[in-house]
Write a protein that binds this ligand. Structure first.
Ligand code: FAD
Length: 415
């Protein structure tokens, strides 16, 4: 069997894999990406957060992305029964990026992969990892192309950025169930012909449809808008027929989407995804590090996926470089803890969202502007800023605030 040698093998050419590959390549090490699919390929996850711009900058991707003319995103809007809570990233507690993009991921990910290739990182498409043998930190990975040709890649280190493929956790039985309840999404890309009469395209909208059920609306610069319904199986089971019939019935069942998306054309048959939350005990091991969705993917509500993917890849890449230089790396302290910090803050907010705690806060009658700025920073992805009480006390602070709002509004119902 043919054998190749690289310093670092990266599995997957999504945002995690390409960010890690670019940063390691820039430090002078040989890197190769193997990617199971042919690009451009569809993947969901179209609303970015400002915090990922730091990682994309360090990876050297910002100019190439800017040239694509993606829709700029400057905030997020939450809607419930006609009430609106608008967050604008300019009004946030943590200094940082105040905007990002809304992107069709096929184009976005292809841009990242083409850019990293131009930087000198070969990307081998339609090549799947089928086995890995570790010998200390060195490894031999077996890959297979779509014609069934196999070869081996020897590497000094592996970065697993295989997303929902979860290559290393699956090969080495590291999979663990998430504490989050399984949910489903039904979504499509729509020809948003009534957009100008309805919403501003420079932000995403999350509509609270009923308890535990919400809708994402993500406008792209092309005039196409991504719309998805997220809820548990009891919600989805209420809709019968083909995916298109179910999806049209869902659009009709919410006043906010009924008017705007009535009879619009879909760019593909509505697709269903379910039970996406997954994790592992440890995000590293001898000779490998897990990045992006392979570490833990929570839930789409706060658009945290690409941000956690790129930030974990950015951190991992720097530690891999340190390791290859022969320096000591404390993976627990330097990787696991910061990566978990981001995941844990978002997990608290995801749980608070489904419990209704955030509804109480977002749709309160007299929101405190300073607290709104602090929560806005969480929604912008600045979930490592310990000066923000809504990051530092991510579990308790939203609950305490919601209780206070409930009591105040009960005492002053007309205020
Ligand atoms: P991916 O983007 O999945 O890339 C991994 C790559 O690895 C893929 O190209 C895959 O083909 C490749 N691969 C897999 N197995 C192998 C193998 N054996 N060998 C070689 N290559 C392999 N995130 C957001 O930020 N914003 C959102 O609005 C958002 N909405 C979402 C909505 C839903 C319903 C869901 C389920 C998720 C959403 N996400 C969102 C999350 C987002 O999809 C992911 O977090 C993000 O794509 C993770 O990036 P990644 O680089 O880790 O993995």
């Amino acid at each position: 069997m043919q054998t190749e040698k690289v310093d670092v093998l990266v599995i997957g050419a999504g945002p995690a894999g390409t960010v890690a590959a670019s940063i390691i390549n820039k430090a002078g090490y040989s890197v190769k990406i193997v990617e199971k699919l042919k690009f451009p390929r569809f993947v969901i996850g179209e609303s970015l957060l400002p915090r990922c711009m730091d990682a994309l900058t360090e990876a050297g991707f910002i100019d190439a992305i800017s040239e694509r003319g993606f829709q700029k995103k400057s905030g997020a809007k939450f809607v419930k029964n006609g009430r609106i809570c608008d967050f604008t990233f300019e009004n946030q507690h943590t200094p940082g990026w105040t905007w990002t993009w809304q992107v069709p991921r096929a184009d976005f990910d292809f841009t990242l992969a083409q850019t990293v290739e131009k930087m000198g990182v070969p990307v081998e498409y339609e090549t799947t990892v089928t086995g890995i043998v570790f010998n200390g930190t060195d490894s031999v990975t077996t890959v297979e192309d779509i014609h069934g040709h196999k070869k081996q890649i020897e590497a000094r280190f592996i970065v697993d950025g295989s997303g929902y493929g979860r290559v290393i956790p699956k090969l080495f039985n590291l999979e663990k169930q998430s504490v989050l309840q399984p949910r489903k999404a039904l979504f499509a890309h729509t020809n948003d012909i009534r957009r100008s009469m309805a919403d501003e395209p420079n932000r995403i909208t999350a509509v609270v449809h009923e308890k535990g059920v919400w809708i994402w609306i993500i406008p792209f610069s092309t005039g196409v808008t991504s719309v998805g319904f997220v809820g548990d199986h009891t919600f989805h089971d209420r809709f019968k027929g083909t995916p298109e019939e179910q999806y049209r019935a869902m659009l009709d069942s919410e006043p906010y989407t009924k008017e705007r998306f009535k009879d619009v054309e879909f760019l593909f048959e509505p697709r269903k995804l379910e039970a996406w939350s997954a994790t592992t005990d440890k995000f590293y091991g001898e000779g490998f590090v897990l990045t992006g969705n392979v570490t833990e993917f929570l839930d789409p509500i706060f658009s945290s996926g690409v941000t956690l993917a790129t930030v974990s890849a950015q951190t991992a890449a720097k530690l891999v470089i340190k390791k290859l230089k022969g320096e000591a790396v404390d993976w627990e302290k330097e990787y696991m803890e910061p990566t978990l910090q981001g995941v844990n803050v978002f997990r608290s907010y995801v749980m608070a969202w489904y419990e209704g705690t955030l509804d109480t806060i977002f749709f309160s009658k007299n929101p405190d502007p300073e607290i709104k700025r602090q929560i806005c920073s969480v929604l912008a992805g600045y979930v490592w800023d310990q000066s923000n009480p809504y990051v530092k006390n991510h579990d308790e602070a939203p609950k305490r605030l919601a209780r206070l709002i409930e009591v105040t509004e009960k005492l002053n119902p007309t205020a």
